[in-house]
Design a protein around this ligand. Structure first.
Ligand code: PLZ
Length: 458
């Protein structure tokens, strides 16, 4: 993997413990003014970022394996994005596209038509957050079909607004005390090869029979699926699952929506994760990596579906803000110029190489993922999800200056989401810190009994 140009030195370096005194004092201020439920994972406060490095308030340089949850794929201060934002903000901070339109909004929708799968006629709607994109995709599908049912999957994450919370699977902490939730949302089994042991077509048949019995195709507006699940545990469905479901949707006039908010924009080694299976979704939701850190999201899809709602029916004050659009055009150009999809595939190779030895441990149920969206699922000596060890290892890495995040319905998955522009040296350094932390932890544990048995059969 060749090196890119960086503004900050790309090296892990600790000047204090983590958190250092400046971060500790910021945490005290937070306690007195920030709502408790907005709870940071890393105890260090960040002042700048570039490439694969985040620098905290105490001058510690931390390796970033999170990218702000798959957002800063081009880096957290990518020069081209910064320049585009500077140029744009000096001319126009906002008009609201609905009251006074501007070119950059149109340019982003043209670009999205180019990079998304399929060469059919497409239209796009721009918004600000991922949840907003998912809500709008569902609105559009309901409007187009005249039906109301929405099918989502086990472990799905689609956002934190009321409709998207109904679509999100995990209860604690996301849903605790926030109901009642939106109606007509149905959960169906996902393919999870490690746990269900089913091939993709068989898993899809199980899912389809569940949907036909519990919802009925005639009541169903859309199914919404993450082609590789994000928060739910970086679950990669068995090959054939998605195409089989897609064909069933086509046969039953159900809108197939791919939620590419976490897996899209080069993250998994191609523009979109759904391309792995050659499926062209009816609608797609995108956000996160799309604009180098600026808040922008989109729904892109077949013109006849996207254009079903009447004029004026979709929008929002901030959706497709001009500065976010300028940032998106620059970020997408960077993805093309630097071949960040290719770089994601190289990152996968390095992750698999550095973590290969760990797979001999019985506690490592699986090393899986695609491109720069990789995960290690941990189980205990009974083969059950081990959230405690996962949390502990993530904390050890953080203290050593490597930011890794945890995910999974059971909280037992360590996920790796480095910026796609990370340098090879710090990628390897960070992975060795993680590998060491896992090994140290396993060495203190009693010998495990797990030998590939599913950790929690449905
Ligand atoms: N769809 C597939 O991954 C956001 C959640 C962070 P928003 N994932 C990060 C948290 O704890 O809230 C996500 C996603 C998929 C939708 C969303 C929602 O995107 O931009 O957070 O609304």
């Amino acid at each position: 993997m060749h090196d890119l140009k960086y503004r900050l030195p790309q090296k892990r370096q600790l000047k204090t413990s983590i958190p250092g005194p400046a971060s500790v004092s910021l945490a005290q201020r937070r306690d007195g003014s920030v709502a408790r439920a907005a709870t940071p994972g890393l105890p260090a406060y960040i002042v700048e970022g570039d490439g694969g490095i985040l620098v905290d308030a105490d001058g510690n340089s931390i390796i970033d394996f999170a990218s702000g949850i798959a957002v800063t794929s081009v880096g957290a201060s990518n020069a081209a994005v910064v320049e585009a934002v500077r140029e744009s903000v000096g001319h126009l901070t906002h008009t609201c596209f609905l009251s006074a339109p501007y070119e950059s909004y149109v340019a982003v929708t043209e670009k999205l038509a180019d990079i998304t799968p399929g060469d059919h006629d497409k239209r796009s709607l721009l918004l600000s957050t991922g949840a907003e994109a998912v809500e709008n995709a569902v609105k559009i599908a309901r409007n187009y079909t005249g039906r109301s049912g929405v099918v989502v999957f086990d472990r799905a994450f689609h956002g934190r607004t009321n409709l998207t919370l109904a679509m999100t699977a995990k209860s604690v902490p996301y849903k605790t005390g926030f109901g009642p939730f939106s109606e007509d949302v149905y959960r169906a089994p996902m393919s999870y090869p490690l746990r269900d042991g089913l091939d993709g077509v068989t898993a899809a048949e199980r899912t389809i029979s569940h949907i036909e019995r519990e919802v009925g195709a005639e009541n169903l507006a859309c199914i919404v699926i993450e082609p590789i699940q994000g928060e739910g545990g970086f679950v990669v469905p068995a090959q054939g699952f998605i195409p089989t479901l897609f064909n069933w949707c086509k046969d039953n006039s159900v809108v197939f929506i791919a939620d590419e908010i976490q897996a899209g924009m080069c993250r998994t080694g191609q523009w979109f994760a759904i391309e792995r299976e050659g499926v062209v979704p009816d609608l797609m939701t995108m956000a996160k990596g799309i604009a180098g850190g600026l808040p922008l999201s989109a729904v892109t899809g077949r013109a006849e579906i996207m254009d079903a709602p009447i004029a004026g029916a979709l929008g929002g004050t901030y959706g497709g803000n001009p500065i976010a659009c300028a940032a998106a055009l620059a970020a997408i150009s960077q993805m093309e110029e630097l071949d960040l999809a290719g770089r994601a595939r190289q990152i996968e190779g390095i992750i698999r190489e550095e973590l290969a030895l760990l797979t001999q441990y019985q506690q490592v149920a699986e090393l899986r993922g695609s491109g720069a969206m990789m995960a290690v699922e941990l189980v205990n000596s009974d083969g059950l999800p081990d959230a405690m060890t996962t949390k502990k290892v993530a904390a050890v890495c953080q203290r050593a200056g490597v930011l890794v995040l945890v995910c999974g319905l059971d909280g037992n998955v360590i996920r790796l989401l480095p910026p796609l522009v990370i340098s090879e040296d710090i990628l390897r350094d960070g992975l060795r810190v993680l590998a060491q932390a896992l090994q140290d932890e396993f060495d203190t544990q009693p010998a495990a009994a797990y030998a590939g048995e599913p950790a929690g059969k449905r």
